[in-house]
Design a protein around this ligand. Structure first.
Ligand SMILES: *[C@@H]1O[C@H](CO)[C@@H](O)[C@H](O)[C@H]1NC(C)=O
Ligand SMILES: *[C@@H]1O[C@H](CO)[C@@H](O)[C@H](O)[C@H]1NC(C)=O
Ligand SMILES: *[C@@H]1O[C@H](CO)[C@@H](O)[C@H](O)[C@H]1NC(C)=O
Ligand SMILES: *[C@@H]1O[C@H](CO)[C@@H](O)[C@H](O)[C@H]1NC(C)=O
Length: 456
């Protein structure tokens, strides 16, 4: 076109300027005569409104670019049983509508208009994981700028599927995905993009988030893999929302009481084995623990086997084991003081070997060990061992009966029996100590294991 009239440069220039002006004039599709300070004449947008059923393009081989961003304004619920995350999002969609544009200078300075969303073409963006059927709420407005950029913001309560892993409950983190995707348009017609960086979304969400409840937003990451269904390729943006549970409620209500009960259970080994108090005390603890578990049951996730359930089962089994141990020791002591069976020689020598240093653990009841070490001043009390053996012995009696050198002025038979009783009592105490140490060892191992698992 430029080369047709090479003779006049001035004419060329005029032509170029006029072409330019005309071209510029053509790009404004909206005639401003309907704009005034009182509002906009709806007829000037009628052509645009009439075409809302179609994707607004000038050339159908050019895809519409939709920019997506969102703000996570609340984490409402995380349902481990149904594997659902309920959150509240403010979603922003931006795209260009080339059939709308006007010159703001001619149009009394208006460069932005709000138009009801139901009159315009809207991209069919949805969230792949969402379980809401009625996703797009109606009755919202869009903002249109003079260049035809449409901005559509909607609040949305999203219940999305999330693969929740509650093994580390209550110290768990969850990583939920929100995939934004067009339902209908393939990459040939629609591409998705972002006009914000993902860290901006994270920061804004952290600042805005209303809920100061159980969950805390850690980070948001994104990935943009294409989704291929059959021969069609769809554009999508995946946001990974990482959230963390605030565990303090569970620490205070679950872990600390449980730990206290187990600690008391461990300390109750220091109650003398001969006394009648140890077993009832442990039974009471066990009952208390069961009541605690019943009451706390609804704080636990309903499905799966979190580590904390294993921890509770462990605490319960420790308590049961310690009760069984008490029963066993009581039985041994009872047997020893009523009808002591003959003690095998190897056991006797082993016992003597073990107890000779006389530095047993603190759990060997103090009375027994003390009186064992005592001088024979207490010996006169042991004149009638048969009578003592015949009745139910108290701890003090049992302690007194123990005596290192009983063979002086007494008949052989009674002395031997006395010696046997003493040995069996000693054996019971050694067993008690041994089992208590095993208990402590097992408790330490299991608690360390649980803590290590939790902290990883
Ligand atoms: C805009 O519309 C008015 C009448 O409503 C008309 O007079 C005017 O020429 C139009 N302007 C353009 C640029 O089409
Ligand atoms: C539409 O766009 C494609 C690619 O950008 C181009 O090849 C084609 O000529 C355009 N068609 C029209 C009618 O402008
Ligand atoms: C989308 O965002 C990009 C920047 O990431 C920007 O260049 C482009 O103009 C935006 N498009 C729309 C329709 O908002
Ligand atoms: C969430 O999972 C995705 C992939 O499954 C991964 O790329 C992302 O790093 C994870 N985010 C966090 C915070 O673990």
């Amino acid at each position: 076109m430029d080369g047709r009239w090479p003779d006049s440069r001035g004419f060329l220039l005029c032509l170029a300027v006029s072409l330019l002006l005309q071209g510029r004039g053509n790009t404004f599709t909206i005639n401003c005569s309907g704009f005034d300070q009182h509002g906009v004449d709806p007829t000037i947008f009628q052509a645009v409104f009439d075409r809302k059923a179609f994707r607004p393009v000038t050339n159908h081989s050019i895809p519409t670019r939709v920019n997506i961003s969102f703000t996570l304004s609340a984490i409402l619920e995380v349902d481990a049983q149904l594997q659902l995350l309920t959150s509240f999002l403010w979603i922003d969609l931006t795209w260009d509508n080339p059939s709308i544009s006007w010159n703001p200078e001619e149009c009394v300075g208006i460069n932005k208009l709000s138009v009801s969303a139901e009159h315009l073409w809207l991209p069919d963006i949805f969230i792949l994981e969402s379980m809401n059927v009625n996703l797009t709420p109606s009755g919202f407005t869009t903002f249109i700028s003079s260049e035809g950029r449409v901005k559509y913001s909607i609040p949305m309560r999203v219940t999305s599927i999330c693969n929740l892993d509650i093994f580390y409950f209550p110290f768990d983190q969850q990583n939920c995905t929100l995939t934004f995707c067009s339902f209908l348009y393939t990459v040939d017609s629609m591409v998705l993009g972002m006009d914000k960086e993902v860290w901006e979304i994270t920061n804004l969400s952290r600042k805005v988030i209303w809920t100061r409840g159980e969950w805390e937003l850690l980070s948001i990451n994104k990935a943009t893999p294409k989704l291929s269904v059959g021969t069609n390729l769809y554009d999508q943006i995946m946001f990974y929302v990482a959230i963390r549970r605030r565990p303090s409620l569970y620490i205070i209500n679950l872990l600390v009481p449980s730990g206290f009960l187990v600690a008391i259970d461990a300390f109750s080994f220091y109650l003398p084995a001969e006394g009648q108090n140890r077993a009832p005390f442990k039974i009471t603890l066990l009952l208390g623990y069961n009541v605690f578990l019943l009451m706390m049951n609804d704080l636990l996730p309903a499905t799966g086997t979190p580590l904390i359930s294993v921890y509770f089962a462990l605490c319960l089994s420790l308590m049961v084991a310690s009760l069984l141990e008490t029963v066993f020791i009581t039985y041994l002591l009872h047997l020893a003081t009523t009808q002591p069976p003959p003690m095998p020689q190897w056991l006797r020598s082993l016992l003597l070997h073990c107890t000779s240093p006389r530095k047993q653990s603190p759990t060997v009841p103090q009375e027994g060990s003390k009186s064992l070490g005592l001088s024979p001043t207490h010996l006169p009390g042991l004149k009638e061992p048969v009578e003592l053996v015949g009745k139910e012995p108290g701890p003090r009696e049992a302690g007194l009966r123990v005596c290192p050198e009983p063979m002086r002025a007494q008949p052989d038979h009674e002395a031997q029996k006395q010696r046997l009783v003493e040995l069996w009592v000693q054996f019971s105490h050694v067993m008690d100590t041994l089992l208590f140490r095993l208990y402590l060892l097992f408790m330490a191992c299991s608690i360390i294991t649980v803590i290590v698992l939790w902290s990883t």
